[in-house]
Design a binder for this molecule. Structure first.
Ligand SMILES: Cc1ncc(C[n+]2csc(CCOP(=O)(O)OP(=O)(O)O)c2C)c(N)n1
Ligand code: SF4
Ligand SMILES: [Mg+2]
Length: 252
């Protein structure tokens, strides 16, 4: 008798095994999201939007209403759906290129407007789908297809601290956290809280997930995990960055 792997109930089993490369972190982020949807019992209310990038491989991942958008445009598409039908729970799923480069203006605008949607952004430090070019999140010194001698932060800037930026520009009611595929249980908890924040109508919710891309990093299993756990987490701090709370009245 073969033992079946435990998969979230809201996953579409007909499309498994999935199409991500072996060792890719996208599958783990989507597992955490699937578990959060199951535990909250919200499968029939979710609208899932996926960006261009390797995140598009999740277009048939779930048994939920799904829309696949142009590169960087998942946040405004989900914002529109949510505004048209506030009873739905809108999830925008994207990569670091989609969220912090071509879609940065949409992320900033949705965050400052405190849109009642949930953005889940997979940070794998480069453009995975197109072959591993430098992204806003590429680490100092990291070699990519377009930074063959390593990222020079003096000429190309420092890696984008996305959750810290979103926390700084969102009004009261927003929820912001950074998790990692090295701790899926914790990541699921952050995603669950982000969705609960949307369900409560508090404001924008945003979870960045530190993730792996062994194909473009050209790393074996050991070096892949070392890169996430030793290098990425030194620069990108894991944890909750902003939680909704009562407004502090001036002078009190
Ligand atoms: C408007 C537009 N510009 C550029 C592209 C080419 N393109 C496709 S995916 C991608 C980057 C994907 O990187 P990321 O968003 O980090 O996702 P990942 O694949 O790493 O998960 C780019 C630049 C495109 N499809 N559309
Ligand atoms: S190229 Fe990288 S991000 Fe894309 S599926 Fe493969 S491992 Fe995952
Ligand atoms: Mg990426």
């Amino acid at each position: 008798m073969s033992v079946q792997p435990a998969m979230p109930k809201c996953w579409n089993m007909e499309t498994k095994p999935h199409k991500f490369c072996p060792g890719c972190g996208h599958g783990l982020v989507l597992k955490a999201l699937g578990q959060a949807i199951d535990e909250l019992g919200i499968q029939d209310k979710v609208v899932f939007g996926c960006d261009i990038g390797c995140s598009l491989l999740s277009w048939d991942f779930f048994k939920v209403d799904t829309v696949q958008t142009h590169h960087g445009r998942t946040t405004p598409v989900i914002t529109g759906i949510k505004r048209a039908n506030p009873a739905m729970l809108g999830i925008a799923y994207m990569g670091d290129g989609g969220g912090y480069a071509i879609g940065a203006q949409h992320l900033v605008s949705a965050a400052t407007r405190n849109e009642r949607i949930t953005v889940i952004l997979v940070n794998n430090t480069q453009y995975g789908m197109t072959g591993g070019q430098m992204a806003p999140t590429t680490m100092p010194g990291q070699k990519t297809e377009t930074s063959p001698y390593g990222r020079d932060e003096e000429s190309t800037g420092y890696p984008t601290q996305g959750p810290e930026m979103v926390a700084a520009i969102t009004p009261e009611g927003a929820y912001v956290a950074r998790g990692t595929v090295a701790n899926v249980k914790q990541l699921k908890g952050f995603i669950k809280k982000a969705l609960e924040n949307q369900m409560a109508g508090n404001g924008f919710s945003f979870v960045e997930a530190l993730s792996t891309c062994p194909t473009n990093w050209r790393t074996n299993a050991e070096d892949t995990w070392k890169f996430v756990e030793e290098k990425m987490t030194k620069y990108f701090k894991v944890g909750e960055i902003k939680v909704p709370g009562p407004r502090e009245k001036e002078g009190q």
